[in-house]
Design a binder for this molecule. Structure first.
Ligand code: CP
Ligand code: NVA
Length: 301
């Protein structure tokens, strides 16, 4: 595995090893204090970020490495100079590049010209670092991830796709409950289902909340992803029945809640459950740092 662009690069063994390393990094920070000494990592953002920007920056610092942040004022990749030249330069200086871009094709082009590992920190189609942090969080609460039933609720998007991919690789049950017109990408669903046939995973899409009765974990995201300029009023009526709230927990018997954040209290999730005992949301945000450190250590070394 040289890069992490989609998550499809990982075997089950590699995904489990990343989760194990993420847990060890979290439990034994002193052991890894110099693990990236002398290494420099460029983190490039075409889009906004809180968690991703801060967890990469602080995470790299905790491993003794150096992070160089390129923000949105640099504009879209390819606008000031060719992506090819950009990566030829970066590859001479840095040991890895982490990029959050609008269009997945930009990452594909970056990978083509980079001679150092490229890590996708969110694009229109995938958010693999997020999904790996999510399954690390699940594995801290459930002994066998392959037995866990996870229900993603809301708009079928990049986060849904990455949960499908990671879940398929790890042998889990992942169901996306999405209103009509908000289904995840059909091709990515099919690719995840193809992997599922080899791992025993179950990957499904439904629009009925009845289908997730007895599930273990429910997962939410914003209804409007970055770059989606649909007016909130237009989707609110459609998505409101899919809000994560106490009524949903009572109806399904679900015990744990994940949300990648940013959360919109009163819309995609209520404050009552986000701040309640079922929420693993801030463990999940913390785990972004540990799993990303595991990913960087694995790809760079
Ligand atoms: N979950 C996540 O990626 O958050 P940011 O957009 O704030 O980085
Ligand atoms: N689906 C969201 C995830 C944010 C972390 C987006 O792409 O904006």
């Amino acid at each position: 595995m040289k890069d992490l662009l989609t998550g499809f690069e990982m075997t089950q063994e590699q995904a489990l090893a990343l989760i194990a390393l993420g847990k060890d990094l979290k439990a034994n920070p002193a052991k890894y204090a110099q693990a990236l000494a002398g290494k420099s990592i460029v983190t490039l953002f075409e889009k906004q970020s809180l968690r991703t920007r801060v967890t990469f920056d602080i995470g790299i610092h905790k491993l003794g490495g150096h992070a160089v942040y390129l923000d949105q004022t640099n504009g879209a990749m390819g606008s000031r100079e060719d992506v090819k030249d950009f990566l030829a330069n970066i590859s001479r200086w840095a040991d890895c590049i982490v990029a959050r871009v609008y269009d997945h094709e930009t990452l594909v082009e970056m990978q083509e010209y980079a001679t150092v590992p490229v890590i996708n920190s969110l694009c229109d189609l995938y958010h693999p670092c997020q999904a790996m942090a999510d399954f690390m969080t699940i594995s801290q609460n459930y002994d066998d991830v392959s037995k866990v039933k996870l229900a993603y609720i809301g708009d079928g998007n990049n986060v849904t796709h990455s949960l499908f991919i990671a879940g398929a690789i790890l042998g889990a049950t992942v169901t996306a409950v999405c209103p009509i017109g908000h289904s995840p990408d059909a091709q990515i669903i099919q690719q995840a289902q193809d992997i599922a046939t080899t791992t025993g995973a179950t990957i499904t899409v439904t629009n009925s909340l009845e289908d997730i009765k007895g599930y273990d974990v429910v997962y939410g995201d914003t209804w409007l992803s970055m770059g989606d300029d649909t007016p909130l009023a237009e989707i609110k009526a459609k998505l409101m029945p899919y809000q994560i709230n106490q009524e949903l927990l009572d109806m399904t018997g679900i015990k744990h809640i994940l949300h990648c954040q940013p959360a919109h209290r009163g819309l995609d999730i209520t404050s009552e459950v986000m701040d309640g005992p079922a929420s693993l949301i801030f463990d999940q945000a913390e785990n972004r740092m540990h799993i990303q450190n595991a990913i960087m250590l694995t790809l760079i070394n």
